[in-house]
Design a protein around this ligand. Structure first.
Ligand code: ZN
Length: 449
């Protein structure tokens, strides 16, 4: 099947910026070489429009999609750990298969409508662990969005659920490796050092090594994670992960806000990628990530605050500019390109995230009037000061249309929203019955010796 997007301004690459006005030919799900024969092909008029590679969200939690506006009657959380105990660790305990599905559909649909074509998700549902990644993957397959999935292994709900979490990662990785899910890949998920026993962390590291995939884990999001590692193991989080064999070139470390200079050296030596989630960091008041020291291998995620990477990139830029006015305008595009590199590695498809010959045709057509010249030299400025998810018109994943004229192609938008609202009502009622999560990092609890 061949499709030609005619007359658009095509961003072939965001790092380095490569922009040309060209008819983009898509053949069998991939970008065809320039000059490929497209006679008789279906054509979509993109004159005056901008075509960009689909965005990648390198860290999100689809399971939180139904949390928007949920009731809260407990004492307000005062710390990051209390935010987990009082909000997120209660919500995840309330998730059942129907809520997991409704969350994935709603969150995945919003991602596509915002021009995000790949989600790197971190799922948890301690009351429904087994098969939960299939529910997420099935929902995302219905929408036609690409994903890299994992289950958030943790000891906070006890050793049996920790083992079940690890087994769910192993099961999904085996199923993904067997084929049959062209748009989904797996990683090994783990929550964070402070909720992981030595045994569980070793199990995660061994599974990731065995399957040649990365570990996807929260790292030093809050200082409590570091204090716990120092109290329990006499070393900081990155050193603990490295010693466990959990740190490598495919490792995805979410946040990294409190990594110190020694840890940054460990992370950089390992070639691991840090995922920066600026809106989440601000929302949880956890601090500022040491971005200058972390260098190039920093991608962008939303940590569950939607999946609008135009917005996340903009917020990341302005927050960083406030701190360092020399931050170049190309910086957010480089961070988005890092997310695309992570996805490309997971799919073993090195052109993913570009619109070059041979690349998977994951792309977004924007209704974006170019009121100043748009070329390689000005792309970054347009990205920061002009382009936004409100301009998304059409979205293709692997050459298939998944959003057309601002509407999802494969699902009924109103029906997905209605299923989500009904699921939210049920989820919120269950949530009211769930008490504050009892798990604490070591700093405020004496551990059995
Ligand atoms: Zn997260």
């Amino acid at each position: 099947m061949t499709l030609v997007l005619t007359g658009g301004t095509v961003v072939r690459s965001i790092r380095p910026a490569v922009v040309e006005t060209v008819d983009l030919v898509i053949e069998d799900g991939r970008v065809a070489p320039s000059g490929a024969d497209s006679s008789g092909a279906e054509r979509l008029d993109c004159a005056g429009r901008l075509i960009v590679p689909g965005n990648v969200c390198a860290h999100t939690h689809l399971y939180s999609a139904l949390a928007r506006g949920m009731p809260y009657h407990l004492a307000p959380p005062r710390t990051f750990v209390e935010i987990l105990q009082r909000v997120w660790w209660r919500l995840d305990r309330a998730l059942d298969p129907a809520a997991i599905r409704a969350s994935a559909l709603a969150g995945g649909m919003e991602a596509l409508l915002a021009g995000t074509t790949t989600l790197v998700d971190h799922h948890v549902s301690p009351a429904a662990v087994d098969g939960s990644l299939d529910i997420v993957a099935d929902a995302l397959a219905e929408l036609g969005i690409r994903s890299v999935l994992c289950y958030e292994t943790s000891d906070r709900d006890g050793p049996a659920i920790a083992r079940a979490g690890l087994a769910e990662n192993a099961r999904f990785l085996a199923a993904a490796a067997a084929g049959g899910r062209p748009l989904a890949r797996g990683m090994v998920g783990a929550h964070a050092s402070f909720t992981l026993s030595e045994e569980t962390l070793a199990g995660c590291a061994a599974l990731a090594r065995d399957r040649s995939v990365g570990l996807h884990v929260h790292v030093a999001e809050d200082a409590a994670d570091e204090r716990d590692a120092e109290a329990r193991f006499g070393r900081r989080v990155a050193a603990r992960l490295a010693e466990a064999g959990a740190l490598g070139a495919r490792t995805l470390l979410a946040h990294g806000v409190h990594l110190d200079a020694g840890e940054i050296e460990i992370v950089r030596d390992a070639g691991a990628t840090v995922v920066h989630n600026p809106r989440s960091n601000m929302n949880n008041a956890v601090g500022r990530a040491p971005l200058a020291a972390l260098g190039d291998r920093v991608a962008l995620g939303t940590d569950g605050i939607g999946a609008d990477m135009f917005e996340e990139g903009r917020v990341a830029y302005f927050r960083q500019r406030e701190q360092d006015v020399e931050t170049p305008m190309s910086w957010p595009l480089e961070r988005l390109a890092e997310g695309a590199r992570v996805a490309a590695e997971a799919f073993d498809d090195p052109h993913l995230g570009r619109l070059e010959a041979g690349a998977p045709a994951d792309l977004v057509v924007l209704e974006y009037p170019q009121v100043t010249p748009l070329d390689a030299a000005t792309l970054a400025a347009h990205w920061l000061f002009g382009i936004g998810s409100g301009s998304v018109r059409d979205v293709f994943v692997a050459g298939d249309p998944v959003v057309s004229d601002g509407r999802p192609v494969r699902v009924d938008q109103a029906a997905v929203a209605a299923e989500a609202r009904a699921g939210a009502g049920r989820l919120w009622r269950r949530l009211e019955e769930i008490d504050v999560h009892p798990f604490n990092p070591v700093e405020v609890r004496s551990w059995p010796t």
